[in-house]
Design a binder for this molecule. Sequence first.
Ligand code: GRF
Length: 186
Amino acid sequence: METRRQRLAVLVSGRGSNLEALAKSVRSGLLAPLAEIVVVASNRPAAPALVKARTLGLSTLCLPSKGREREDFDAELAERLAGYRPDWIALAGYLRILSPVFVRRFPGRIVNVHPADTRQHQGLHGYQWAFERGLAETKVTVHLVDEGLDTGRIVAQRAVDLRGAGSLEEVERRGLAVEHALYPEA
Ligand code: GRF
C-alpha cells in the first residue's frame, strides 16, 4: 500500500485564506498523515498569500505573469513546478485560466475550489452571483481542472446556508468557512 505523503503544490494569486486552511490541515489536521505542501507558487509578487506562505515556513515560488504571453508563462510555470515533483496541484484563489500546455502536464492532478456550483456559475464572483440572486443556498465545489473554464469533474460539494445573509460580505464569510473545511477534506 502506498503510504507516502502526497506532495502538494499550491497556486495562489490573492488573499490566501484557502492556502492557510490547507496548511493548517497539513500541519495538524486531516491532511497531516496524508500530504505535505512542497511549494506555494504565485503569479503575483504582491499577493498576500505569498506573505502568508513565508510566515508558515513554506517554500515559495514567484513567477510574475504580467506582460507575458499565456502559453509561454504556463509552460515555464509547469516546468518549474515539475521540479518539485508534485502529486497534486491545488489552485487556491489562482486568478488565471490554465492553458492546455499546463493542464496536459498534470492531467487529472489539478484541483480547484470554487465558490459556487460549477454547473450553475463559472468564472469569477461566485458569491456576488449568489447574493444578487438572493439565493437561500449556494454550493461550494471542489473539482478537477480540465481545459475548460470550471468544467472539470466535481470531486466534492457542500451547501452554504445563505438564509438571512444580508450583505455580500456575510455571504462570503459563510461561504469561505465552508471552503476552508471542504477543500482539505476533498
Ligand atoms: C475563494 O472564494 C475561492 O473559492 C476562489 O477564490 C477565492 C480565493 O480566496 N477560487 P483565498 O485567496 O483562498 O482567500
